[in-house]
Design a protein around this ligand. Structure first.
Ligand code: DON
Length: 303
């Protein structure tokens, strides 16, 4: 298959969608991004990368970062993590408070905000510095030591982070946080504010396509845990639109409100698409369409 040709083609095809979505505006620093951008990168399990459109432009990773903190927490903690967070689709918006009360402070899954806060809390306990462990992992998977968070976005998240603070305090009231709320939120906001491009994110996701094996050949996750992570991405990675994403794309995927989506073709590819215009669930309109086109044209989905 000529991957470069395919990516060029898909990039041309999604251009009419670039003014269809809405840029996330609940964090002022995100609201200023030009919506007419689209990038797509593909990394093979052998480590080759190609891309099209704005694939080398950095953007705010946001919730795509939840993939990496979950992988690191699972690698360090194994099954124990699942006592504090579930792995069922939420069917609710990613920042919902209501469900958490019904379920007594145990978040439905690690990809809604409450669940990601629990994961960050656990990683903070296990490593002493959750943010640094995510950053160092990404630097080593991409070979780029410049990867960091954008301070303006992290500050903006913190200033407007009342809902995340509410979720964290609520879980603390149920005894489901081990560290002070302020520390957990800081590490969470920093990982959300990571600035990366499609090529870097595609490389960083390769361990999931390689069944748990990192860029240096060492094992991060057992084959089973890599399968489980891909399953949780498929069922929960795009929030209350996970059913629609599975229907259209048929791959494990994790989206963020910066407009990025990481998608995995197990055993073959890690893909990253980015376009800032979002649908009502917080998923990139052109990004989902690009992945839909990719799996439709190649026949490569998990189904
Ligand atoms: O927690 C928040 O509000 C954001 N910083 C991250 C949310 C996000 O990307 C959800 N994804 N679609």
């Amino acid at each position: 298959m000529d991957e470069q040709q395919l990516l060029n083609d898909i990039t041309r095809n999604v251009q009419p969608l670039l003014d269809k979505g809405r840029v996330a505006d609940y964090i002022p620093a995100l609201a200023r991004v030009n919506p007419r951008q689209f990038g797509m990168a593909l990394a093979t399990v052998e480590g080759e990368v190609c891309g099209a459109g704005d694939w080398q432009t950095r953007f705010s990773v946001q919730s795509v970062a939840k993939t990496f903190s979950l992988a690191l927490a699972l690698a360090a903690d194994g099954e124990r993590l699942w006592q504090r967070v579930g792995r069922e689709p939420s069917g609710n918006p990613f920042n919902s408070l209501v469900q958490l009360e019904y379920e007594q402070g145990i978040p439905r899954n690690p990809f809604i905000n409450a669940g990601a806060l629990v994961v960050v809390d656990r990683l903070l306990t296990l490593t002493g510095d959750s943010w640094a462990s995510v950053r160092d992992f990404l630097r080593s998977e991409t070979g780029n030591d410049q990867i960091d968070f954008d301070g303006e976005i992290a500050n903006s998240e913190a200033s407007y982070g009342h809902r995340n603070a509410a979720l964290a305090h609520f879980m603390a009231s149920y005894g489901n946080l081990e560290n002070p709320v302020g520390d957990v939120l800081r590490h969470y906001f920093q990982q959300c504010a990571l600035s990366m491009n499609c090529a870097e994110l595609a490389k960083a996701g390769l361990f999931l396509a390689r069944h748990g094996i990192r860029a240096d050949g060492s094992r991060l996750l057992s084959r089973s845990d890599a399968k489980r992570m891909n399953a949780v991405m498929l069922t929960c990675g795009t929030y209350d639109a996970a059913g629609e994403f599975a229907y259209r794309v048929g791959l494990p995927g994790k989206s963020g409100v910066g407009g990025g989506i990481l998608a995995i073709v197990p055993g073959r590819y890690s893909l990253c698409v980015w376009s800032p215009g979002l649908d009502s669930h917080g998923n990139s309109v052109a990004g989902v369409e690009a992945l839909d086109l990719f799996t439709t044209r190649t026949g490569l989905s998990v189904f």
